[in-house]
Each structure stands twice: as structure tokens, then as C-alpha cells.
Design a protein around this ligand. Structure first.
Ligand SMILES: [Zn+2]
Length: 433
């Protein structure tokens, strides 16, 4: 039924079809209330009749999408009400983050928590075919090791460097992954794993992760924010009104060539001072090499280069942490340039927060965050009306993989998901009542 002789035999995946708008509305309301909601509250929140809420919640309970979780005794003389929550262990999603220096595969439950994760070949060190084999083995290994029923895996999401053609599931020509030109990654992974597969940019996936998993219990809900994703390159994920802003072809957020310093390092676009170049580990490591702080990176094989640069960058951050003033100055200059770019993007969208994260964030946050905070609080145009806060992502280096899994969850929950899911149509029938 998967349409490929190479696909492993697998029973139909329980991908929930939310063609029913009201069902999506109920699921979304439950999703946003981790403490649980009663049927009465659901009817009040959604404007649906008690009978509709009762029918829909019965269906969602039968499908293990929600679960009954305790009772609420209303003040006064009301009847105790059963609380409904998402059924965390009812379904799962696999998230794959592809970065030049590391590939991460994570298994998420239905609320977006990581059940288990594993790292495998970095994309810069593997051909697409070899990487698909490694990712497939890693995904199957995670499902087997955790004892999760593969039929409860809703699908597999991929977060990859842009630009992408998410509609066609194709990685175009990511500037940081030479050799990865027009790779039909979504189809390759669908064939290899049998799961429905969705593909989006790393920065967009990271923003989605923050939207799903972001600061729980914080003072304000993150509904309007920019996620600045710092890895081998820089990208932005834009969230407006609680929805990912994707652009005409899902390539919104390519801010790398925003000019922030006339005297900045030369960028591969030919200009000087692009914000992407200003916080690219490759350039910062080269600067430290020129200053005699670090050995200069080798000029040999590009594949080895990316990992070598990642290690040298770790050394540079360690030097700054150990009190080396010149190392600290290199990072601070980069932080000021990034801050200028962040302020421009936040002015453009009038957001309340800019969230910073990605593979290199944990190494630079101690130096970067105070500078980013100060710049956003003191230079954004909207500061007279509301503060713009710089936040570090709490999701760590796995934010891309978590976001990739959230792409699948978003498909199950959203009334208008931002991306196409390959294989979806094949699996729908199994869940229809
Ligand atoms: Zn540039």
C-alpha cells in the first residue's frame, strides 16, 4: 500500500485526519490547556453545543488523542467534571534535524516532549543516500528501544537548511551543504521508512518547537515572536498570531544577508557586514586564528572542515569563558551585530520577543544574551509601547529535531497546516469512523 516495493511492510499509520474543523478546534483547545479542560469548559470556549462536544470528545478518546485525567469539582454545588487532556502516550512523532555538523533524530510524544533521541552522521560527511540509510536506522532503533508501537507513530518530520521546496519535498542548494543539490529528501525518507513525511526549514521548525513547547508557565504566552536560529548559518522563524509565517514558498525568514556592519567580514554573497556572516562560527574561528588565539582551521576537505570548525568554535567559547579578553571581544562584536539584525526584524514584525537558539546557542549564550537583551530593550522602535525581550530557547541543541517532530504534530492538529505531508493520503482511511 505504500506504493513502493522497497518500503517495509507496515500496517496503516494512525494519522488523524482533521478534515472535521470542529474536531480540530476541540483538539487545539485541549492542547493549549495542559492542566485539562472539562466538556462544559470546551463548549464555552468553542461555542459548540454540549452534544457536539460530547460526540467529538468521544471520537478523540476512541482514537487515543485525548484522555480523561481527573475531575474538577466546581465551586458551589455543581457536579464534578471530568478533565480532558492530550493523551501524551497515545501517539508519537519522529523529528529529524539535518545540519552540516550533526544529524539528530528524536521521538516525541503527542504533547511534544522528547521520549528519546540519538545523533547520527552529519550531513556534510554523508551523501544524501547514506544519510537516509542512517536516519532510517536511527528512527527504527528509537522506536524499537522505547517499545513504542510503530502504528502509533503519526509521521516523520525533517528540519533542513534552506532554501527548500517544501511543497515538492526537495532540498534545493543549501549554501552550507555543497553536494546537496535538488535532493528529494521527503520522497527518499518516505520510501525508506514507510512513514508520512513532512519537510521544512530548520529555523521554521525551531520556531514551531518554541510555539509548542516554549516557556510553559511564563508570564506571557509566546504568540508573536521571531526565532533566530544559530547553527552553521543563521535563519529566522517567524510566528505571528500563534501561526508560523511561511511566505509564498515556505522560505520566509532568510535574513542572513541583512547588512549590520559596514566593516564586517566578507560574506559569500559578495557584500561585507551581513548578519549571517557576522555570527557564523567559520568566520569567528578565522578571526581568532588571525589574532593568534587559535590554530588556523585546515584548508583541506570541506567535509572535515565543518566538524573541525565546530571544535575550534567550542575552543573559542571556552577561551572567552576562561577570561580571555580578546576571545571575548570577538564574541561580543558578533553579538552586537546579531543584536542589530534582531532589532531590525523585530521592528519589521512588531513582536514582543526574539528567541535565540540552535546548535551553537548554548556555547555563546553567556556572552550574547546580555548584549541582545540590552539592545532589544533600548533600540527597538516599539519600546515606548512594549518591551521587546531577548530569550534563550530552553530546548537546547535539539530544538531543530523537536521542531521537526512538531511539524508532524502540527499536521495532526492544525486546521491549516503550513506544509504538505507526503504519504498522508495513503493512510487516512484507517482512522475514519
Ligand atoms: Zn551576504
Amino acid at each position: 500500500m505504500e506504493g513502493s516495493r522497497n518500503a517495509p511492510a507496515r500496517p496503516g499509520t494512525n494519522l488523524p485526519r482533521i478534515a472535521d474543523f470542529n474536531q480540530a478546534v476541540i483538539l487545539n483547545a485541549v492542547r493549549h490547556a495542559p492542566e485539562g479542560l472539562s466538556r462544559v469548559e470546551l463548549a464555552e470556549l468553542t461555542g459548540l453545543s454540549a452534544q457536539s462536544v460530547s460526540n467529538i470528545t468521544r471520537r478523540l478518546l476512541d482514537r487515543d488523542l485525548i484522555t480523561e485525567a481527573g475531575t474538577l469539582v466546581p465551586a458551589g454545588r455543581g457536579k464534578p467534571r471530568t478533565l480532558l487532556r492530550l493523551h501524551a502516550g497515545g501517539h508519537f512523532a519522529i523529528g529529524v534535524h539535518i545540519d552540516p555538523t550533526v544529524t539528530t533524530v528524536a521521538l516525541l510524544d503527542l504533547v511534544g516532549d522528547v521520549v528519546a533521541s540519538v545523533r547520527t552522521l552529519p550531513a556534510s560527511a554523508a551523501s544524501p543516500t547514506r544519510l537516509v540509510g542512517a536516519v532510517t536506522a536511527a528512527a527504527e532503533g528509537l522506536v524499537a528501544a522505547t517499545g513504542v508501537d510503530a502504528r502509533r507513530v503519526l509521521g516523520l518530520g525533517i528540519a533542513a537548511p534552506g532554501p527548500l521546496d517544501p511543497g515538492a519535498g526537495v532540498v534545493l542548494e543549501p549554501p552550507l551543504l555543497p553536494g546537496w543539490t535538488h535532493v528529494g529528501l521527503r520522497a527518499l525518507l518516505h520510501e525508506a521508512t514507510g512513514y508520512p513525511v513532512v519537510l521544512h526549514k530548520d529555523a521554521a521548525a525551531a520556531a514551531l518547537a518554541e510555539l509548542w513547547r516554549g516557556p510553559r508557565g511564563s508570564a506571557f504566552a509566546l504568540e508573536d515572536f521571531v526565532f533566530l536560529y544559530l547553527g552553521t548559518g543563521l535563519g529566522a522563524g517567524l510566528v505571528v498570531g500563534g501561526e508560523l509565517l511561511s511566505g509564498t514558498t515556505n522560505n520566509a525568514g532568510e535574513i542572513g544577508h541583512l547588512m549590520v556592519a559596514a566593516d564586517g567580514p566578507r560574506c559569500n554573497c559578495g557584500q561585507r557586514g551581513c548578519v549571517g556572516a557576522a555570527c557564523m562560527p567559520r568566520n569567528l574561528v578565522a578571526e581568532a586564528g588571525d589574532a593568534g588565539l587559535l590554530p588556523r582551521p585546515g584548508t583541506g576537505d570541506r567535509e572535515i572542515d565543518d566538524r573541525e570548525i565546530d571544535e575550534l568554535f567550542t575552543d573559542l567559547c571556552a577561551l572567552a569563558a576562561d577570561g580571555s579578553a580578546p576571545a571575548r571581544r570577538i564574541l561580543e562584536a558578533s553579538a552586537f551585530r546579531l543584536a542589530r539584525g534582531a532589532a531590525t526584524v523585530s521592528n519589521l514584525l512588531d513582536v514582543r520577543a526574539v528567541v535565540f537558539g540552535g546548535p551553537i546557542w548554548d556555547r555563546i549564550s553567556a556572552v550574547f544574551l546580555p548584549i541582545l537583551r540590552d539592545t532589544l530593550l533600548t533600540t527597538t522602535e516599539a519600546r515606548q509601547v512594549h518591551p521587546v525581550t531577548a530569550l534563550g530557547s530552553s530546548l537546547g541543541a535539539d530544538v531543530g529535531a523537536i521542531g521537526a517532530g512538531c511539524l508532524v504534530l502540527e499536521h495532526a492538529f492544525s486546521t491549516r497546516p503550513a506544509t504538505l505531508l507526503l504519504g498522508q493520503e495513503l493512510e487516512m482511511a484507517t482512522l475514519e469512523p
